[in-house]
Design a protein around this ligand. Structure first.
Ligand SMILES: Cc1cc2nc3c(=O)[nH]c(=O)nc-3n(C[C@H](O)[C@H](O)[C@H](O)COP(=O)(O)O)c2cc1C
Length: 414
Protein backbone atom coordinates (compact mmCIF):
# COMPACT_ATOMS: atom_id res chain seq x y z
CA UNK A 1 0.00 0.00 0.00
CA UNK A 2 1.41 3.38 -1.00
CA UNK A 3 1.28 6.79 0.52
CA UNK A 4 1.71 10.22 -1.02
CA UNK A 5 5.30 10.37 0.19
CA UNK A 6 6.17 7.54 -2.20
CA UNK A 7 5.63 9.97 -5.09
CA UNK A 8 7.32 13.18 -6.17
CA UNK A 9 6.28 16.00 -8.47
CA UNK A 10 9.09 16.81 -10.89
CA UNK A 11 9.69 20.19 -12.47
CA UNK A 12 12.84 19.83 -14.56
CA UNK A 13 15.42 18.21 -12.29
CA UNK A 14 13.77 19.42 -9.05
CA UNK A 15 11.45 17.28 -6.98
CA UNK A 16 8.63 18.31 -4.66
CA UNK A 17 6.21 16.61 -2.32
CA UNK A 18 3.24 16.24 -4.69
CA UNK A 19 0.88 18.29 -2.54
CA UNK A 20 -0.18 21.72 -3.70
CA UNK A 21 -2.35 23.82 -1.41
CA UNK A 22 -4.74 25.64 -3.73
CA UNK A 23 -5.27 29.38 -3.92
CA UNK A 24 -8.16 30.66 -1.84
CA UNK A 25 -9.17 34.28 -2.21
CA UNK A 26 -9.57 36.70 -0.55
CA UNK A 27 -6.51 36.02 1.59
CA UNK A 28 -7.96 32.74 2.85
CA UNK A 29 -4.86 30.98 1.60
CA UNK A 30 -2.63 33.40 3.46
CA UNK A 31 1.09 33.84 3.08
CA UNK A 32 1.47 31.94 6.35
CA UNK A 33 -0.41 28.95 4.96
CA UNK A 34 1.44 28.96 1.65
CA UNK A 35 4.78 29.30 3.43
CA UNK A 36 4.08 26.18 5.47
CA UNK A 37 3.39 24.15 2.34
CA UNK A 38 6.64 25.39 0.82
CA UNK A 39 8.61 24.76 4.01
CA UNK A 40 7.38 21.17 4.01
CA UNK A 41 8.55 20.64 0.45
CA UNK A 42 5.26 21.08 -1.38
CA UNK A 43 3.69 24.02 -3.16
CA UNK A 44 1.66 26.75 -1.51
CA UNK A 45 -0.51 29.40 -3.10
CA UNK A 46 -1.24 32.92 -2.15
CA UNK A 47 -4.01 34.68 -4.07
CA UNK A 48 -3.91 38.10 -5.65
CA UNK A 49 -7.68 38.56 -5.29
CA UNK A 50 -8.42 42.09 -3.98
CA UNK A 51 -4.72 42.59 -3.51
CA UNK A 52 -5.04 46.32 -2.75
CA UNK A 53 -7.17 45.46 0.24
CA UNK A 54 -4.86 42.64 1.28
CA UNK A 55 -1.96 45.09 1.17
CA UNK A 56 -3.86 47.58 3.34
CA UNK A 57 -4.57 44.98 5.95
CA UNK A 58 -1.07 43.54 5.97
CA UNK A 59 1.13 46.54 5.34
CA UNK A 60 -0.96 49.51 6.49
CA UNK A 61 -1.16 51.00 3.04
CA UNK A 62 -4.27 53.07 2.28
CA UNK A 63 -5.01 51.98 -1.26
CA UNK A 64 -8.69 51.21 -0.73
CA UNK A 65 -9.35 54.40 1.23
CA UNK A 66 -7.59 56.42 -1.46
CA UNK A 67 -9.68 54.84 -4.21
CA UNK A 68 -12.88 55.39 -2.25
CA UNK A 69 -12.00 59.05 -1.81
CA UNK A 70 -11.19 59.44 -5.48
CA UNK A 71 -14.51 57.96 -6.65
CA UNK A 72 -16.76 59.02 -3.79
CA UNK A 73 -18.70 61.29 -6.12
CA UNK A 74 -19.85 58.22 -8.05
CA UNK A 75 -21.25 56.12 -5.20
CA UNK A 76 -24.91 56.75 -6.02
CA UNK A 77 -24.35 56.47 -9.75
CA UNK A 78 -25.43 53.21 -11.37
CA UNK A 79 -22.84 53.69 -14.09
CA UNK A 80 -19.49 52.51 -12.73
CA UNK A 81 -17.52 52.81 -15.96
CA UNK A 82 -15.43 55.69 -14.60
CA UNK A 83 -14.19 53.65 -11.61
CA UNK A 84 -10.75 52.47 -12.69
CA UNK A 85 -7.81 50.89 -10.91
CA UNK A 86 -4.59 52.86 -10.76
CA UNK A 87 -2.15 50.43 -12.35
CA UNK A 88 0.80 51.77 -10.36
CA UNK A 89 -1.05 51.13 -7.13
CA UNK A 90 -2.05 47.66 -8.30
CA UNK A 91 1.57 46.90 -9.13
CA UNK A 92 2.77 48.14 -5.77
CA UNK A 93 0.16 46.18 -3.82
CA UNK A 94 1.02 43.01 -5.74
CA UNK A 95 4.74 43.48 -5.25
CA UNK A 96 4.28 44.03 -1.53
CA UNK A 97 2.06 40.97 -1.06
CA UNK A 98 4.12 38.65 -3.21
CA UNK A 99 7.49 40.11 -2.28
CA UNK A 100 6.99 39.85 1.47
CA UNK A 101 5.84 36.25 1.07
CA UNK A 102 8.85 35.33 -1.02
CA UNK A 103 11.22 36.97 1.44
CA UNK A 104 9.82 34.80 4.23
CA UNK A 105 10.09 31.58 2.26
CA UNK A 106 12.04 28.72 3.81
CA UNK A 107 12.51 25.15 2.71
CA UNK A 108 12.58 23.43 -0.65
CA UNK A 109 9.03 23.99 -1.83
CA UNK A 110 7.51 26.66 -4.02
CA UNK A 111 5.11 29.57 -3.70
CA UNK A 112 2.71 30.29 -6.53
CA UNK A 113 0.12 33.03 -6.89
CA UNK A 114 -3.43 32.26 -7.98
CA UNK A 115 -4.64 34.72 -10.64
CA UNK A 116 -8.33 34.65 -11.50
CA UNK A 117 -9.23 35.97 -14.94
CA UNK A 118 -12.75 36.78 -13.77
CA UNK A 119 -11.32 39.61 -11.69
CA UNK A 120 -11.79 41.87 -14.69
CA UNK A 121 -11.31 45.07 -12.67
CA UNK A 122 -12.90 47.38 -15.26
CA UNK A 123 -9.89 46.83 -17.50
CA UNK A 124 -9.37 43.10 -17.99
CA UNK A 125 -6.22 43.08 -20.07
CA UNK A 126 -4.17 45.80 -18.47
CA UNK A 127 -4.98 44.84 -14.89
CA UNK A 128 -4.23 41.15 -15.44
CA UNK A 129 -0.99 42.08 -17.16
CA UNK A 130 0.07 44.25 -14.22
CA UNK A 131 -0.94 41.59 -11.70
CA UNK A 132 1.08 38.84 -13.38
CA UNK A 133 4.10 40.99 -14.28
CA UNK A 134 4.31 42.45 -10.76
CA UNK A 135 4.13 39.00 -9.20
CA UNK A 136 6.99 37.89 -11.43
CA UNK A 137 8.93 41.05 -10.59
CA UNK A 138 8.47 40.25 -6.91
CA UNK A 139 10.05 36.82 -7.39
CA UNK A 140 7.05 34.51 -7.21
CA UNK A 141 7.98 30.94 -8.15
CA UNK A 142 4.95 30.47 -10.36
CA UNK A 143 1.50 31.62 -11.42
CA UNK A 144 -1.63 29.51 -11.54
CA UNK A 145 -4.20 30.93 -13.94
CA UNK A 146 -7.74 30.26 -12.78
CA UNK A 147 -11.40 31.24 -13.11
CA UNK A 148 -11.39 31.74 -16.86
CA UNK A 149 -10.07 30.30 -20.09
CA UNK A 150 -7.03 32.63 -20.06
CA UNK A 151 -6.61 32.37 -23.81
CA UNK A 152 -4.58 35.57 -23.94
CA UNK A 153 -2.91 35.54 -20.53
CA UNK A 154 0.45 34.05 -21.53
CA UNK A 155 0.65 36.63 -24.31
CA UNK A 156 0.32 39.43 -21.77
CA UNK A 157 3.61 38.48 -20.10
CA UNK A 158 5.46 36.95 -23.04
CA UNK A 159 7.97 39.80 -23.01
CA UNK A 160 8.62 39.52 -19.29
CA UNK A 161 12.20 38.38 -18.53
CA UNK A 162 10.84 35.62 -16.31
CA UNK A 163 8.27 34.32 -18.81
CA UNK A 164 10.28 31.18 -19.49
CA UNK A 165 11.76 30.45 -16.08
CA UNK A 166 8.74 30.98 -13.76
CA UNK A 167 6.38 28.01 -13.45
CA UNK A 168 3.18 28.92 -15.26
CA UNK A 169 0.11 26.73 -15.13
CA UNK A 170 -3.60 26.78 -15.71
CA UNK A 171 -6.67 25.32 -14.03
CA UNK A 172 -9.10 23.58 -16.38
CA UNK A 173 -12.19 21.49 -15.84
CA UNK A 174 -12.20 19.70 -19.17
CA UNK A 175 -9.78 18.41 -21.77
CA UNK A 176 -11.42 20.80 -24.25
CA UNK A 177 -10.46 23.84 -22.19
CA UNK A 178 -6.85 22.64 -22.17
CA UNK A 179 -6.87 22.00 -25.91
CA UNK A 180 -8.24 25.47 -26.55
CA UNK A 181 -5.61 27.04 -24.30
CA UNK A 182 -2.80 25.18 -26.05
CA UNK A 183 -4.09 26.03 -29.51
CA UNK A 184 -4.43 29.73 -28.71
CA UNK A 185 -0.93 29.88 -27.26
CA UNK A 186 0.89 27.72 -29.80
CA UNK A 187 2.63 30.71 -31.38
CA UNK A 188 4.34 31.56 -28.08
CA UNK A 189 6.28 28.31 -28.16
CA UNK A 190 5.81 27.89 -24.44
CA UNK A 191 3.75 25.15 -22.88
CA UNK A 192 2.28 25.44 -19.41
CA UNK A 193 4.51 23.87 -16.76
CA UNK A 194 1.52 22.21 -15.13
CA UNK A 195 -2.21 21.78 -15.57
CA UNK A 196 -4.55 21.59 -12.61
CA UNK A 197 -7.66 19.61 -13.44
CA UNK A 198 -10.36 20.80 -11.07
CA UNK A 199 -13.45 18.67 -10.68
CA UNK A 200 -16.95 19.53 -9.50
CA UNK A 201 -16.37 18.95 -5.75
CA UNK A 202 -13.94 21.85 -5.33
CA UNK A 203 -14.47 25.01 -3.34
CA UNK A 204 -14.78 28.46 -4.87
CA UNK A 205 -16.11 28.90 -8.38
CA UNK A 206 -16.76 25.79 -10.45
CA UNK A 207 -15.80 25.35 -14.07
CA UNK A 208 -19.10 23.58 -14.72
CA UNK A 209 -22.72 24.55 -15.10
CA UNK A 210 -25.42 23.75 -12.58
CA UNK A 211 -25.22 20.19 -13.93
CA UNK A 212 -21.86 19.90 -12.11
CA UNK A 213 -22.99 16.73 -10.29
CA UNK A 214 -22.91 14.80 -13.55
CA UNK A 215 -19.15 15.18 -13.83
CA UNK A 216 -16.50 13.25 -12.05
CA UNK A 217 -12.90 14.27 -11.39
CA UNK A 218 -11.31 10.88 -12.06
CA UNK A 219 -12.87 10.71 -15.53
CA UNK A 220 -11.77 14.21 -16.50
CA UNK A 221 -8.26 13.65 -15.16
CA UNK A 222 -8.01 10.40 -17.15
CA UNK A 223 -9.03 12.26 -20.32
CA UNK A 224 -6.48 15.00 -19.73
CA UNK A 225 -3.70 12.52 -18.88
CA UNK A 226 -4.50 10.51 -22.03
CA UNK A 227 -4.47 13.64 -24.17
CA UNK A 228 -1.19 14.92 -22.72
CA UNK A 229 0.44 11.52 -23.23
CA UNK A 230 -0.92 11.12 -26.76
CA UNK A 231 0.49 14.53 -27.66
CA UNK A 232 3.78 13.71 -25.88
CA UNK A 233 3.52 16.96 -23.97
CA UNK A 234 5.15 15.99 -20.65
CA UNK A 235 3.01 18.49 -18.75
CA UNK A 236 2.38 17.39 -15.13
CA UNK A 237 -1.34 16.96 -14.52
CA UNK A 238 -2.53 17.91 -11.04
CA UNK A 239 -5.89 16.63 -9.81
CA UNK A 240 -8.07 18.85 -7.59
CA UNK A 241 -11.47 18.82 -5.97
CA UNK A 242 -12.67 16.49 -3.25
CA UNK A 243 -9.33 14.82 -2.49
CA UNK A 244 -9.83 14.51 1.23
CA UNK A 245 -7.39 11.85 2.44
CA UNK A 246 -3.86 10.81 1.60
CA UNK A 247 -5.31 7.65 0.10
CA UNK A 248 -7.62 9.68 -2.17
CA UNK A 249 -4.49 11.45 -3.35
CA UNK A 250 -2.62 8.17 -3.90
CA UNK A 251 -5.34 6.86 -6.18
CA UNK A 252 -4.80 9.90 -8.44
CA UNK A 253 -1.02 9.66 -8.22
CA UNK A 254 -1.18 6.00 -9.21
CA UNK A 255 -3.31 6.73 -12.23
CA UNK A 256 -1.20 9.36 -13.90
CA UNK A 257 -1.55 12.58 -11.88
CA UNK A 258 1.76 14.17 -11.00
CA UNK A 259 0.39 15.83 -7.85
CA UNK A 260 -2.84 16.83 -6.16
CA UNK A 261 -4.19 20.26 -5.32
CA UNK A 262 -6.12 20.41 -2.06
CA UNK A 263 -7.78 23.23 -0.16
CA UNK A 264 -10.83 22.34 1.94
CA UNK A 265 -8.87 20.54 4.64
CA UNK A 266 -6.71 23.64 5.07
CA UNK A 267 -9.68 25.97 5.64
CA UNK A 268 -9.57 24.95 9.31
CA UNK A 269 -5.80 25.38 9.65
CA UNK A 270 -4.55 27.90 12.19
CA UNK A 271 -2.74 29.63 9.33
CA UNK A 272 -5.86 29.95 7.17
CA UNK A 273 -7.21 33.49 6.85
CA UNK A 274 -10.85 32.75 7.71
CA UNK A 275 -12.00 34.24 11.01
CA UNK A 276 -12.03 31.79 13.92
CA UNK A 277 -15.83 31.72 14.20
CA UNK A 278 -16.14 30.93 10.49
CA UNK A 279 -13.77 27.99 10.86
CA UNK A 280 -16.16 26.68 13.52
CA UNK A 281 -19.05 27.00 11.03
CA UNK A 282 -17.04 24.95 8.55
CA UNK A 283 -16.46 22.29 11.19
CA UNK A 284 -20.10 22.20 12.22
CA UNK A 285 -21.47 22.01 8.67
CA UNK A 286 -23.46 18.98 7.64
CA UNK A 287 -23.89 17.96 4.02
CA UNK A 288 -27.31 19.64 3.95
CA UNK A 289 -25.73 22.96 4.95
CA UNK A 290 -23.75 23.21 1.70
CA UNK A 291 -25.09 24.32 -1.67
CA UNK A 292 -23.94 25.22 -5.14
CA UNK A 293 -25.73 28.34 -6.32
CA UNK A 294 -25.54 31.03 -8.97
CA UNK A 295 -25.28 34.17 -6.85
CA UNK A 296 -21.72 34.92 -7.90
CA UNK A 297 -21.77 37.76 -10.44
CA UNK A 298 -19.00 35.99 -12.36
CA UNK A 299 -21.57 33.70 -13.96
CA UNK A 300 -19.85 30.60 -12.57
CA UNK A 301 -21.66 28.41 -10.04
CA UNK A 302 -20.10 28.64 -6.60
CA UNK A 303 -20.23 26.30 -3.62
CA UNK A 304 -20.86 27.81 -0.20
CA UNK A 305 -22.39 27.30 3.20
CA UNK A 306 -26.11 28.08 3.07
CA UNK A 307 -25.70 30.06 6.28
CA UNK A 308 -23.36 32.60 4.63
CA UNK A 309 -24.59 36.05 5.68
CA UNK A 310 -23.99 37.26 2.12
CA UNK A 311 -26.84 35.20 0.73
CA UNK A 312 -29.85 37.45 0.21
CA UNK A 313 -28.04 40.50 1.55
CA UNK A 314 -28.78 43.77 -0.27
CA UNK A 315 -25.70 45.83 0.48
CA UNK A 316 -24.98 48.83 -1.76
CA UNK A 317 -22.41 47.92 -4.43
CA UNK A 318 -18.94 48.76 -3.18
CA UNK A 319 -17.29 49.32 -6.56
CA UNK A 320 -15.84 52.72 -5.70
CA UNK A 321 -13.73 51.00 -3.06
CA UNK A 322 -13.32 47.59 -4.68
CA UNK A 323 -14.74 46.99 -8.17
CA UNK A 324 -12.79 43.80 -8.89
CA UNK A 325 -15.66 42.27 -10.84
CA UNK A 326 -16.48 45.20 -13.07
CA UNK A 327 -16.22 44.01 -16.63
CA UNK A 328 -14.43 46.15 -19.20
CA UNK A 329 -17.47 48.44 -19.43
CA UNK A 330 -18.04 48.99 -15.73
CA UNK A 331 -20.87 46.46 -15.37
CA UNK A 332 -21.39 43.75 -12.76
CA UNK A 333 -24.43 41.48 -12.48
CA UNK A 334 -24.83 42.49 -8.84
CA UNK A 335 -25.20 46.17 -9.72
CA UNK A 336 -28.03 45.29 -12.12
CA UNK A 337 -29.76 43.11 -9.52
CA UNK A 338 -29.29 45.71 -6.78
CA UNK A 339 -30.69 48.54 -8.89
CA UNK A 340 -33.72 46.45 -9.76
CA UNK A 341 -34.44 46.03 -6.04
CA UNK A 342 -33.66 49.67 -5.34
CA UNK A 343 -36.30 50.70 -7.88
CA UNK A 344 -38.81 48.65 -5.90
CA UNK A 345 -37.67 50.15 -2.55
CA UNK A 346 -36.60 53.71 -3.40
CA UNK A 347 -35.94 54.57 0.25
CA UNK A 348 -33.03 52.13 0.09
CA UNK A 349 -34.21 50.28 3.19
CA UNK A 350 -34.82 46.56 3.58
CA UNK A 351 -33.24 45.72 0.28
CA UNK A 352 -32.59 42.06 -0.20
CA UNK A 353 -30.95 40.78 -3.37
CA UNK A 354 -31.56 37.08 -3.71
CA UNK A 355 -30.17 36.24 -7.13
CA UNK A 356 -26.71 37.85 -6.96
CA UNK A 357 -24.18 38.87 -4.33
CA UNK A 358 -21.77 41.76 -4.01
CA UNK A 359 -18.87 39.32 -4.16
CA UNK A 360 -16.08 41.83 -3.50
CA UNK A 361 -17.56 43.34 -0.34
CA UNK A 362 -18.84 40.03 0.96
CA UNK A 363 -15.61 38.13 0.40
CA UNK A 364 -13.59 40.98 1.86
CA UNK A 365 -15.73 40.92 4.99
CA UNK A 366 -15.69 37.10 5.19
CA UNK A 367 -19.47 36.99 4.87
CA UNK A 368 -19.51 34.60 1.93
CA UNK A 369 -18.29 31.22 3.05
CA UNK A 370 -17.25 29.35 -0.04
CA UNK A 371 -16.21 25.79 0.66
CA UNK A 372 -15.53 22.42 -0.88
CA UNK A 373 -18.09 19.64 -1.10
CA UNK A 374 -16.46 17.64 1.69
CA UNK A 375 -16.50 20.48 4.21
CA UNK A 376 -18.99 18.36 6.16
CA UNK A 377 -16.20 15.87 6.83
CA UNK A 378 -13.89 18.40 8.50
CA UNK A 379 -15.32 17.54 11.91
CA UNK A 380 -13.82 14.07 11.47
CA UNK A 381 -10.32 15.54 11.16
CA UNK A 382 -10.03 16.95 14.67
CA UNK A 383 -11.02 16.78 18.32
CA UNK A 384 -13.54 18.82 20.25
CA UNK A 385 -12.76 21.16 23.10
CA UNK A 386 -14.59 20.98 26.41
CA UNK A 387 -16.89 23.83 25.29
CA UNK A 388 -17.96 21.86 22.22
CA UNK A 389 -15.90 23.89 19.75
CA UNK A 390 -13.53 22.13 17.39
CA UNK A 391 -9.76 22.35 17.56
CA UNK A 392 -8.23 24.07 14.59
CA UNK A 393 -5.16 22.32 13.23
CA UNK A 394 -1.70 23.35 12.19
CA UNK A 395 -1.12 23.42 8.45
CA UNK A 396 1.85 21.15 9.12
CA UNK A 397 -0.41 18.55 10.70
CA UNK A 398 -2.80 18.55 7.74
CA UNK A 399 0.00 18.55 5.19
CA UNK A 400 1.78 15.65 6.86
CA UNK A 401 -1.44 13.74 7.20
CA UNK A 402 -1.88 13.94 3.44
CA UNK A 403 1.76 13.03 2.93
CA UNK A 404 2.05 10.03 5.22
CA UNK A 405 -1.37 8.59 5.96
CA UNK A 406 -2.42 5.15 4.78
CA UNK A 407 -5.67 3.33 4.28
CA UNK A 408 -7.93 6.41 4.18
CA UNK A 409 -7.04 7.21 7.76
CA UNK A 410 -6.96 10.76 9.02
CA UNK A 411 -4.61 11.53 11.90
CA UNK A 412 -6.24 13.44 14.73
CA UNK A 413 -4.22 16.17 16.46
CA UNK A 414 -2.16 15.13 19.46
C1 LIG B 1 -12.52 28.53 0.71
C2 LIG B 1 -12.04 28.25 -0.69
C3 LIG B 1 -11.73 29.31 -1.53
C4 LIG B 1 -11.26 29.06 -2.82
N1 LIG B 1 -10.90 30.13 -3.61
C5 LIG B 1 -10.34 29.91 -4.81
C6 LIG B 1 -9.83 31.00 -5.57
O1 LIG B 1 -9.87 32.15 -5.16
N2 LIG B 1 -9.28 30.73 -6.79
C7 LIG B 1 -9.20 29.43 -7.27
O2 LIG B 1 -8.68 29.23 -8.35
N3 LIG B 1 -9.66 28.39 -6.55
C8 LIG B 1 -10.20 28.60 -5.34
N4 LIG B 1 -10.61 27.52 -4.58
C9 LIG B 1 -10.38 26.16 -5.11
C10 LIG B 1 -9.11 25.53 -4.51
O3 LIG B 1 -7.96 26.25 -4.84
C11 LIG B 1 -8.92 24.06 -4.89
O4 LIG B 1 -8.59 23.89 -6.24
C12 LIG B 1 -10.08 23.14 -4.59
O5 LIG B 1 -10.91 23.63 -3.58
C13 LIG B 1 -9.53 21.77 -4.22
O6 LIG B 1 -10.54 20.91 -3.77
P1 LIG B 1 -10.77 20.60 -2.20
O7 LIG B 1 -11.16 21.90 -1.59
O8 LIG B 1 -11.87 19.62 -2.21
O9 LIG B 1 -9.51 20.07 -1.64
C14 LIG B 1 -11.11 27.75 -3.29
C15 LIG B 1 -11.44 26.68 -2.43
C16 LIG B 1 -11.89 26.92 -1.15
C17 LIG B 1 -12.20 25.76 -0.27
Amino acid sequence: MKRVDDFRLKFGNKEYVPIMVGGMGVDISTAELALEAARLGGIGHISDAMVNDVSDRRFDTTFVKDKTRQYKYNIDNADKSAVKFDLNVLAEATRRHVGSTMEAKKGDGLIFVNCMEKLTMNGPRETLQVRMASALDAGVDGITLSAGLHLGSFGLIAEHPRFRDAKLGIIVSSVRALQLFLRKNARLNRFPDFVVVEGPLAGGHLGFGMDWAQYDLATIVAEVVAYVQAEQLAIPVIAAGGIFTGSDAVSFLESGSAAVQVATRFTVANECGLPTHVKQDYFRASEADIEVNTISPTGYPMRMLKGSPAIGDGIRPGCESYGYLLDGSGNCAYITAYNRELALHPDGKNISVKDKTCLCTQMRNFKLWTCGHYTYRLKDTTLRNADGSYQTLSAEHIFMDYQFSLDHQIALPA
